[in-house]
Design a binder for this molecule. Structure first.
Ligand SMILES: [Zn+2]
Length: 255
């Protein structure tokens, strides 16, 4: 494994930014300010075989690929993309990586929408005015454990935002890090299969986890401390008024 010391090169106005090293073996490689403004956070765990958790949209794919190469990872070297759910901003770039032979893993309850490029279920059409490049995925299941070097990724099925939403608990650099994607602060819409009752159960499950840090899909590009306190705060805010999490997170969440 090669980690270069300084990847924060110059980024002109409108240019993609640089990947952010969250801890020694954990990087944020996609997201607003990193790849494309619409991209959700995507993560690279790099301790042995490289694995991505989400991969952003096709609009950010070229920047993602450039970032990976700066870190020393060729797209074809990626063992798998662990998709947190089937939305354009999280796995819309999956078809491009799949052409390099990278398996895209997704919970079965979101796989059909992604295989068909369903514009509504993937949010690509209504939210972004884009087409979702269809991609055949492999099944991801609750309880799956993926290991690479000293890193372990545990998959939790956490339906609510979408039927097939998952969270990943990464044990990396002696920390248990929750990669919550849109299970924390994602939008609610019946059109994408959101389910408030299921979501509340999922949040209760997150509250029971033993964690050291967390990150979610549309937040700041660093690991947040006090995960238990932040999850408790999120649960208190959940559904207290219509669509409470559909504002930029910085307005509803303390950093
Ligand atoms: Zn989403």
């Amino acid at each position: 494994m090669t980690v270069i010391a300084d990847v924060a090169g110059p980024a002109g106005a409108g240019s993609p930014g640089a990947p952010v090293q969250l801890s020694e073996h954990l990087w944020q490689v996609a997201g607003a300010g990193i790849t494309h403004p619409w991209d959700a956070a995507a993560y690279l765990v790099l301790d042995g075989d490289p694995i991505l958790v989400d991969c952003g949209s096709p609009l950010g794919s070229a920047a993602l690929e450039a970032h990976l190469e700066r870190i020393g990872v060729a797209p074809g070297d990626i063992t798998a993309v662990v998709g947190t759910h089937g939305h354009f901003d999280h796995v819309g770039g999956g078809a491009i990586l799949a052409t390099a032979g990278v398996p895209i893993l997704l919970h079965p309850d979101d796989r059909a929408a992604v295989a068909a490029g369903d514009p509504v279920r993937t949010c690509a059409g209504p939210l972004y005015g884009q087409a979702f490049p269809p991609v055949a995925t492999s099944a991801l299941a609750d309880g799956d454990r993926i290991t690479a070097g000293r890193v372990t990724l545990e998959v939790l099925h956490t339906p609510g935002h979408t039927p097939g939403s998952t969270c990943v608990v990464a044990t990396v650099d002696k920390q248990r890090v929750l990669l919550a994607a849109d299970t924390l602060f994602g939008g609610f819409s019946a059109a994408i299969g959101s389910d408030a009752a299921a979501w509340e159960v999922s949040l209760e499950r997150l509250a029971g986890l033993d964690l050291d840090a967390l990150s979610f899909g549309h937040g700041v590009s660093r690991l947040l401390d006090d995960p238990a306190g932040r999850i408790a705060e999120a649960r208190l805010r959940f559904a207290t008024y219509f669509d409470p999490w559909f504002k930029p997170p910085r307005h509803t969440f303390r950093y």
